[in-house]
Write a protein that binds this ligand. Structure first.
Ligand SMILES: Nc1ncnc2c1ncn2[C@@H]1O[C@H](COP(=O)(O)OP(=O)(O)O)[C@@H](O)[C@H]1O
Ligand SMILES: [Mg+2]
Length: 231
């Protein structure tokens, strides 16, 4: 994975009286398998992470993922990138649990029984097998977030973008989710306030007021962020 973020700035509602500048001259080259993004509420984490698969386009500068510019080739990027939102209700789209997991394979051209077998294995792996035919909306918050992850991972993305995926979960479910994430083969970029999830990460980037204010290993940057919170 090679993500290039060059001179990126972002202004919401540019050119109107509500213009609001939220990222300022961000320059990053992201190659490490596991990268954390931390910072206060409103520091620009979600805006940045949404830029990485073209959900938001920068109003200044450019973002490319493996050579694809998000402003021109977002479709190509999304074919190999998964996104997990804070609220799983925003991404669970099919009525039942098994249908939601199967949805990601709808264009796979795999034979029906192969799709069924893969869906079944995925449900078992995520502890959701017993809920296969249940309406997805009846799952608990933690189970819904596991379902969202199962449904994204069945497409085998090379890169998983996650925006505070454990913020709405209770401690137990957040731990379970964190343990699953720790075992993934995918490249992961994770924005979170749950700093313990980042202890083994390769790199953690701290944002403050739309700028990168620290960038390094977790043991370098997390204490910096702690100090920033004190002020
Ligand atoms: N769609 C939007 N329109 C206008 N302002 C926005 C929009 N989305 C986010 N913002 C503002 O941009 C700033 C950064 O937000 P965000 O990227 O969500 O930060 P974080 O994820 O770190 O909390 C905040 O001040 C927020 O209010
Ligand atoms: Mg956010």
């Amino acid at each position: 994975m090679l993500i290039s973020i060059e001179h990126v700035g972002h202004t919401f509602d540019a050119g109107t009286v509500r213009a609001h500048s939220v990222l300022h001259d961000v320059n990053l080259t992201l190659t490490e398998p596991r990268i954390g993004i931390i910072g206060h509420n409103g520091s620009g984490k979600s805006t940045l992470i949404r830029m990485l698969d073209g959900l938001i386009l920068p109003t200044q500068g450019s973002v490319s993922v493996d050579g694809f510019d998000t402003a021109k080739d977002a479709a190509a990027i999304r074919r190999t990138t998964g996104f997990i939102f804070t609220d799983p209700d925003h991404q669970i789209i099919m009525p039942t649990v098994s249908e939601d997991v199967a949805f990601g394979l709808r264009r796979s051209k795999l034979p029906k029984d192969e799709v069924a077998a893969r869906v079944d294995a995925q449900l078992v792996a995520f502890g959701l097998k017993q809920f296969s035919d249940q309406p997805a909306h009846l799952l608990s918050g933690g189970q819904k977030q596991l379902l969202a992850l199962a449904s994204v991972l069945i497409t085998d993305p090379g890169l998983l973008l996650m925006d505070e995926p454990t913020t709405l979960l209770d401690t137990r479910n957040a731990r379970m989710f964190g343990a699953l994430v720790a075992d993934l083969d995918q490249n992961v970029i994770l924005a979170t306030h749950h700093l313990h999830l980042l202890a083994d990460f390769d790199r953690v980037i701290v944002f403050d007021e739309g700028k990168v204010v620290a960038d390094g290993t977790p043991s370098e940057t997390i204490p910096f962020y702690d100090a920033l919170m004190e002020n």
